[in-house]
Design a protein around this ligand. Sequence first.
Ligand code: ADP
Ligand code: ZN
Length: 311
Amino acid sequence: MTSSVPRTASKPFAGVELGGTKCVAILAAGPGAILDQRIVPTTVPDETLPALGAILGEWAGGPGFAALGIASFGPLDLDPHSPRYGRVLATNKSGWSDADVLGRLSAPFDVPTGFDTDVNGAALAEMRWGAGRGIDDFAYVTVGTGVGVGLVVHGRPTRGIGHSEIGHLRVPRYPGDSFESVCGFHADCIEGLASGTALKARIGDRAVADVSVDDPVWAPIVDALAAMCHALVCSTGPMRIAMGGGVMTAQPHLIPAINAALKQSLAGYMALPVEDYVVAPELGDLAGPLGAIAVAASAAEGHGITRMAAE
Ligand code: ADP
Ligand code: ZN
């Protein structure tokens, strides 16, 4: 499983995945070689970042690590020429707007360091070790509290104005769907119509676990997610799309429904490379932490943006 790790890498990689409720620090070379994994609650930067830094310091003084990967919730400034490079941008997560995640975590360590979104990391991890093996153009989607898309083109996560924000792509309304979007910015974006937050708002007082697979609530959700896949197919054209996150994991009937709706939406215009084009991720709960390791591995291979290059 670790065959894609360079043979020269005698030391493992260190990774930090920063999530909305918890962060994971991981020392690993791949899924089959996880040496240590620690959880730190996400509170405020002045607590969380030093706690993560202490773990990295412990590893640096022990087994050591060949590169560091940081995969964080966004939005992030990923432009090395920006004065805010490495920071979290405006977020409603209390205390985290403008937090210098990259600078504070990487400063003590003189190793190649990669910094990317959690979903770009998960996409890179699935490409190394999971559902995206052997392909260079891939998308990893999480449908959870929000909708995040890690988008990889020719082997690298997309850049430009920023990282991909495809969860905020606007999509046509499912006929008759008048649900009020839960996105604070957009009346009809995918996150606003089809995230776990939207699902909860759509079902009102009912528990998600009580919603059957043939409940009418799924149709507009499947429609919006298939429209997102349609946009991906017609834009960067991933060879495959993996869809995970809390909603997709708990509702496995969604993947075949999205595949069917996508085919119908494309209407024969573009041929998909495989029958099962939308798939479940293979790394499960490890996609996030291994995402940070994949970001570190990319940095070690010279593809990531290193801390030294940012200086
Ligand atoms: P996050 O995006 O915060 O990392 P998750 O990926 O774990 O979180 O997803 C959380 C979302 O999953 C919540 O919005 C919740 O509504 C949704 N969810 C939890 N259980 C179910 C379920 N049984 N069916 C559908 N959605 C669920
Ligand atoms: Zn939006």
